[in-house]
Ligand binder design. Structure first.
Ligand SMILES: [Zn+2]
Length: 239
């Protein structure tokens, strides 16, 4: 954990770091990452979604065949196509900027200048090192700079960045940076509390641990503001 924090700090300063000294297993099991932006190829969108689905379907069938599965079986034969569609249209649809939620801003007519917290946003993502699920809750907050955003948009922004192969720290930062840009303020906070199936179902097989990551921008880096946000996150709801 300590190693991760140090890496994250240097990453935030330099925006990039080199993991080339580490082996693939180590990078995966420690869930280290290199850039805040999701690493994408320059030609990532040259192919249409339909072309991608066809190609993934072909290759996923190869994986299943290699594992020894009989694709003539009625239960298995549609799996490559189902997985391909699910990857492109659902669980990795957040790779495509065309799917980014359009966030309309509204004037803050009520002059609400306090913190707004949207908590317990359920999200499902996938670990980029193992391609198995990461899921949990995101809590986001901002203090209006004069503009406000529809509440459902906060959920949609969390969902959009979740629908990529991810690393939890990057997911946290991507959500926070996007909110800062949209809301035109530094005063944004994000906490993600998540379970990684690559930790609980394989590797160290720890079933009880959870990973918490956070981002405190602008006023949220002040102790009182941070404490207020954490109090709302911890608050038990009575409905
Ligand atoms: Zn993993």
């Amino acid at each position: 954990m300590k190693q991760k924090e140090i890496l994250l700090n240097s990453l935030l300063k330099e925006n990039t770091l080199s993991l080339s000294d580490l082996g693939n297993e180590e990078i995966g099991n420690e869930h280290l990452f290199t850039t805040i932006e999701t690493p994408m190829k320059a030609n990532a969108f040259d192919m249409s979604d339909e072309e991608k689905i066809k190609k993934i379907e072909f290759h996923f069938a190869e994986i299943m065949e290699t594992l020894g599965l009989d694709l003539k079986d009625d239960s298995l034969k549609g799996t490559p196509e189902r997985v391909a569609k699910m990857y492109v249209k659902e669980i990795f649809s957040g790779l495509d900027p065309a799917n980014k939620p359009k966030a309309a801003l509204f004037e803050n007519k009520y002059q609400y200048d306090q913190m707004l917290v949207e908590k317990d946003i359920t999200f499902y993502s996938n670990c980029e090192h193992h391609f198995v699920p990461i899921f949990g809750k995101a809590h986001v907050a901002y203090i209006s700079s004069g503009k406000v955003i529809g509440l459902s948009k906060l959920n949609r922004i969390v969902q959009y960045f979740s629908k990529r192969p991810q690393v939890q720290e990057r997911l946290t930062i991507q959500i926070a940076k996007e909110l800062q840009i949209i809301l035109q303020t530094e005063d944004v906070a994000v906490i993600i509390d998540a379970k990684h199936l690559c930790v609980s179902s394989r590797g160290v097989q720890d079933h009880n641990s959870a990973t918490v990551s956070s981002f405190y921008g602008g006023k949220f880096s002040e102790e009182a503001t941070k404490a207020e946000f954490l109090k709302y996150v911890e608050m038990k709801t009575s409905y």
